[in-house]
Design a binder for this molecule. Structure first.
Ligand code: ACM
Length: 514
């Protein structure tokens, strides 16, 4: 037993051997069917069977309620929550090395035990337990079972602290329920941040009381000229709370000083010439800029960030900073050198697209650059890292979920690359950028821009199966990286997505069961 922890990374080799697709099609799972691949998996003989009266006992009421909520609809079982139970979730007894988000899961024919050091760790263990149950457990209506969990031990913890997805709700607005379902989907793959791109040229999507026309007018359209929309503060709090119950932190982005046409159209005084441009429903980039020489611009930024910070329990405010082509380099730096300290003074850590690595932009404490470039080298990013910046890896030619899979993909664009599943998977976030060592990489994020993405079905088609690929890069140890093993484990997820109603891309690179 003890040796197993010492040899944890060697045991990863076992984790990447998937059962034959026939077993998956018959609804059986094996300890190896997991995405992302755990640090170590040791199968044992036998299985635990869920029964109507199986009790759940937990040191964290929220995770117990979540687990019962996942299991009850398909099983139809009561699954009472009690002080003691055959399923127990405990905040003590986990090995120290699982850290803040890791867990140990032990399954025997008599019990299921998850031990972790935090509720987030228990929650991650619950996602593993969920994937060890048959795919039909994802059904919203009662299914026959049997509900067996293969026996064994999983000991697991993430490689990177930040594992993110991004939704662009500015180019096309996506309603609260869609965002909540996306949160439910990403939780299954142990993603722990959802970045919401809340403003862009085509729309402003969050109510700001001190500048009400941002949402009421700036949010009134979208790409192609549809009705747009925005989140009220109540809506937004609902999203934040839904995410928090899934141990996901919302990272709100207000993109400045470029990508600001919706704000400029709403308030003429934010324009250098005092004239509001019309609302914009096209897809060009790089044409708009806040007027960096006007004092009212800084009042605006301060007001918006203060209201956003008050809505945001998480540590980060994302201030964009990309494609500010209509702002001179000097104005860009002068503007960010005032805007970033505003976020810091609100108690938040600044995140920005990697253009904020421009040398004249001063470092702020804990600053995070989100790298979306196409190259494996960016001297400005490397320089900012040597000055203390951390990096979220979102290379557009690997992680942008709006890129087409292949030339026939109905949705999406191609400017960064075609991205089939293997391209999304086969790279190393810890060694991608010269001069950015793994220790400076906070994690990975898969952004989904929505110029061409209109419906929830569109979102899901582009996210699956590439989002789980990026999630695995964020969670699993480097030593577990193995395309052949990944494609087999991914295949085992297909029936789960079918049950969840996710219309995923049936990549020809994967042998889907059934
Ligand atoms: C970006 O794709 N403009 C961050």
């Amino acid at each position: 037993m003890v040796r197993m922890f010492v040899l944890g990374t060697l045991l990863v080799a076992f984790a990447v051997v998937a059962p034959p697709p026939a077993a998956v099609a018959q609804g059986r799972t094996a300890m190896h069917d997991l995405v992302p691949a755990p640090v170590s998996v040791r199968p044992a003989p036998g299985a635990f069977a869920l029964r109507p009266g199986t009790a759940i006992a937990s040191d964290d009421a929220g995770v117990a309620a979540y687990l019962a909520g996942v299991l009850r609809p398909a099983t139809g079982y009561r699954l009472p929550i009690r002080r003691e139970g055959a399923i127990s979730l405990r905040l003590k007894g986990a090995p120290a090395h699982v850290g803040r988000e890791g867990y140990q899961l032990d399954v025997t024919p008599r019990s299921v035990t998850i031990k972790a050091r935090t509720a987030a760790g228990l929650f991650n263990g619950v996602q593993t337990l969920r994937q060890l149950l048959p795919a039909s457990v994802e059904s919203t209506t009662v299914r026959p079972g049997p509900w067996r969990v293969p026996a064994g031990r999983v000991v697991d913890h993430p490689r990177f602290a930040y594992r993110g997805a991004m939704l662009d709700v500015a180019r096309h607005f996506h309603p609260v329920d869609t965002v909540k379902r996306y949160i439910d989907r990403i939780a299954l793959y142990k993603i722990n941040h959802l970045h919401l791109h809340l403003s862009d040229d085509q729309g402003w999507r969050i109510a700001i009381d001190t500048w009400p026309r941002l949402a009421s007018y700036g949010g009134s359209t979208q790409v192609g000229g549809g009705p747009g929309g925005h989140y009220t503060k109540t809506d937004y709090r609902e999203i934040v709370a839904h995410a928090a119950r899934r141990h996901i932190t919302i990272v709100p982005e207000i993109d400045v000083p470029g990508h600001t046409n919706a704000a400029l159209a709403s308030y003429p005084e934010l324009n250098c010439d005092g004239v509001a441009p019309p609302l914009y429903t096209g897809t060009r980039v790089g044409f708009s800029s806040l007027c960096t020489s006007k004092e009212i611009t800084y009042t605006f930024v301060r007001d918006v960030l203060a209201e956003l910070a008050a809505l945001t329990p998480g540590p980060y405010l994302h201030l964009g900073g990309d494609e500010a082509d209509a702002t001179s380099d000097a104005d860009f730096a002068a503007f960010l050198n005032r805007a970033h300290p505003m976020a810091v003074s609100l108690g938040k850590t600044v995140v920005g697209w990697h253009q904020i690595a421009a040398p004249a932009v001063r470092h702020s404490p804990g600053r995070v650059l989100q790298y979306w470039g196409l190259s494996g080298s960016d001297p400005q990013v490397a320089e900012a890292v040597s000055g203390g910046a951390k990096v979220i890896m979102s290379p557009a030619n690997k992680t942008y979920l709006d890129m087409k899979y292949d030339p026939t993909t109905r949705l999406g664009t191609t400017w960064a690359s075609l991205i089939e599943v293997r391209t999304a998977y086969d790279w190393d976030p810890g060694a991608h950028l010269t001069g950015v060592p793994e220790s400076a990489v906070l994690g990975v994020e898969a952004p989904l821009w929505t110029e061409t993405i209109v419906t929830e079905d569109d979102l899901e088609y582009m996210a699956f199966p590439r989002l789980p690929a990026v999630a695995e890069l964020g969670w699993s140890p480097r030593s577990a990286h193995d395309w052949e093993g990944f494609r087999e484990r991914l295949a085992a997820q297909g029936p789960r997505w079918e049950t969840l109603g996710i219309g995923f891309h049936r990549s020809p690179q994967v042998s889907w069961p059934g």
